[in-house]
Design a protein around this ligand. Structure first.
Ligand code: ADP
Length: 404
């Protein structure tokens, strides 16, 4: 009997969705509703049967109306992929912040929703739209299990020695200020794939995962458990990202607030949207544009790539020390899967640590492959991530033990 899972990822002005048939984990359809709550909402719906994408332009005031349109599209007589909503057996929701409440995916109850709400102040950009999506879906599909899958969950194995900041202990007790880490679903997925590629039991592996997308984070994973990760209390910490600076001297924040006359809202938006590769290069937040500009001789674009790469190299070194070794480094997400030049720059001059890339093998995009030189002690894997599949699998497993 078929079992279909709808995977939903609600951002502040977008809804991403995929429908999986879990009998063979096939994706039946996927899509994106962009500009929810802004005039000119666009729904792009793709069926996996070789037909053209369906594009619907309509003003949608909020996520509930947006979700309603997604469901109407899924059951549409012409371009739908299921006959009616009873063919959706469970819904999996991506939730960014679960703080220390959740170390695994859970069936959504009123208590779970309250915990997601309790994290609003530490994830103001993400958790409110995530919860809006959950409530919209529950209203439209009240009779199926809804499951929450948290970006923070996989990192919950970190020990205090890695997740505590050197701040007065009271702020940890009072405000839960500690490092949490994000992109956990992606780090989890590629860790599992990497262990398979190493042909080793997961428990015997030491893996460094590099999720390099618009947001970027690294993780050190020992025997399948996260030891350390680069994002912290929020997704601002760590690597240089498209529009986020990652690690900086904290005094700079105070200085800029004074000099540029910014309040907390302005500095938050500035650090999240105006810094990182965009701010440093002045070219773009997209590394394709920055790489092109660098090749064309733009010195700031060249500098941006070098700063970006140096930060990643630093984390690799730190994590090899933390793990006391390393079987493989995994490149994933938009840049990790596609940016041949950046992978090469990151692995350059790392042979002292046993890391040697094969430049020819590395000329690959979006495929699961080992790009290390034959004599490299550390394997270097490119692994396309699949967070939606992890969400669908967790949802399927939880729905089967908790039928509504
Ligand atoms: P998100 O974090 O939004 O999910 P992705 O993982 O899709 O982002 O990564 C998107 C980013 O990946 C783009 O902004 C771009 O910088 C980078 N990217 C994608 N393809 C390439 C490429 N061929 N070369 C360099 N960078 C790329």
């Amino acid at each position: 009997m078929s079992f279909n899972v709808l995977v939903v990822n609600c951002g502040s002005s977008s809804i991403k969705y995929q429908v999986f048939d879990m009998t063979d984990e096939r994706v039946l359809a996927q899509g994106l509703v962009d500009r929810v709550g802004i005039l000119g909402t666009v729904l792009t719906h793709k069926r996996n049967n070789g037909t053209d994408d369906v594009v619907i332009v309509k003003d949608l005031p909020d996520h509930t109306v947006g979700m309603k349109l997604v469901l109407e599209t899924l059951i549409h007589a012409e371009y739908g992929v299921i006959k009616d909503l009873s063919e959706i057996n469970a819904v999996g929701h991506r939730v960014v912040h679960g703080a220390d409440y959740f170390s695994r995916s859970v069936l959504i109850t009123d208590e779970v929703k309250q915990a997601i709400r309790d994290c609003f102040n530490i994830a103001p950009l993400h958790n409110p739209p995530n919860l809006m999506g959950i409530e919209a879906c529950q209203a439209l599909m009240p009779n199926v299990p809804h499951v929450a899958v948290f970006d923070t969950a996989f990192h919950q194995t970190m020990k205090p020695a890695n997740y505590m900041y050197a701040l007065p202990y009271e702020v940890y007790e009072k405000y839960k200020i500690r490092r949490y880490g994000f992109h956990g679903t992606s780090h989890y997925y590629v860790t599992q794939r990497a262990a398979a590629m190493l042909n080793k039991p997961l428990k015997d592996t030491k893996i460094i995962t590099l999720h390099l997308g618009n947001g970027a984070s690294a993780a050190a994973v020992n025997g399948g458990s996260v030891v350390d990760t680069s994002m912290g209390y929020t997704p601002l910490e760590g690597l240089v990202m498209g529009t986020r600076c990652g690690n900086i001297d904290p005094y700079i924040v105070i200085f800029l607030m004074e000099k540029l006359n910014m309040g907390s809202t302005e500095i938050n938006s500035y650090l999240n949207n105006k810094t990182g590769a965009l701010g440093l290069s002045g070219v773009s937040n997209d590394f394709r544009d920055i790489s092109e500009a660098a090749e064309g001789g733009n010195p700031r674009a060249q500098l941006t790539l070098q700063v970006y790469v140096n930060r990643v190299k630093g984390y690799i070194g730190t994590y090899i020390a933390a793990l006391n070794g390393c079987d493989c480094i995994v490149f994933t997400a938009g840049l990790g899967e596609n940016a041949v030049n950046i992978r090469e720059m990151i692995c350059e001059n790392m042979d002292y640590l046993g890391i040697k890339i094969d430049k020819d093998k590395n000329k690959v995009r979006g495929r699961e492959v080992d790009v290390a030189a034959d004599d490299s002690k550390v394997r270097i894997f490119v692994i396309p991530t699949n967070e939606e599949l992890v969400i669908a699998r967790d949802t399927y497993d939880i729905a089967n033990v908790n039928p509504v």
